[in-house]
Ligand binder design. Sequence first.
Ligand SMILES: Nc1ncnc2c1ncn2[C@@H]1O[C@H](COP(=O)(O)OP(=O)(O)OP(=O)(O)O)[C@@H](O)[C@H]1O
Ligand SMILES: [Mg+2]
Length: 204
Amino acid sequence: MKTLVVGVGGITNGGKTTLSRRLHQQIPNSCIIAQDSYFKDDSVVPVDDNGFKQYDMLDALHMDTMMSDVDSWQRDPGSFLRRQGLNPEQTTPASADEDVFVLIVEGFLIFNYRPLNELFDKRFFLEIPYDVCKTRRSKRVYTPPDPPGYFDRYVWPMYLKNQQEMYSMVSAVVFIDGLKPQEELLAAVYNEVSQEIERLTEKD
Ligand SMILES: Nc1ncnc2c1ncn2[C@@H]1O[C@H](COP(=O)(O)OP(=O)(O)OP(=O)(O)O)[C@@H](O)[C@H]1O
Ligand SMILES: [Mg+2]
């Protein structure tokens, strides 16, 4: 059995979830694990000196649970895939004979967590500039909603800090310009992932 673990990381509102879902729709035998599903309950997330909830750090996430889900996929990707269920929008149906199972892990801190980072065969990182990020984020409603000043005084400084930390930890990252149209991003990333799948398929 052959497996490929693809990381789609990047800035908030860079398009991680959109790109990952579309990749999943195109790649047979693929699953998604999204880091956003592992946030701790609001009541246990501490506040900083400005009274802002400190969501943009690994401590705000149940990384142990996320790792155990990744581990469960690694042990038996076929049954993980069946449990997750086929995405009804998936254009390429999974085939029982297909021998490369692909896990797409998406999230804003996936490369900053060493035990997870070391599992990736391929790492993509979506980037967009400050003004676009702020505008995109202002159109979203998070749970809980961003309080006034949260982006400039918490989200952006934390992004810069987390990005520096990532640079110091990780080398093999493909940086992606998140300003490009979705179709273009999908085509570029799909192409790279397909090449990896082909390489694995040919290898015996
Ligand atoms: N290539 C793109 N061009 C323009 N807008 C995009 C693009 N990709 C995604 N978007 C839009 O940007 C917003 C954020 O997209 P998405 O939810 O995929 O980002 P994310 O990185 O997962 O964000 P989050 O930080 O909330 O997890 C959405 O409104 C989405 O429609
Ligand atoms: Mg997302």
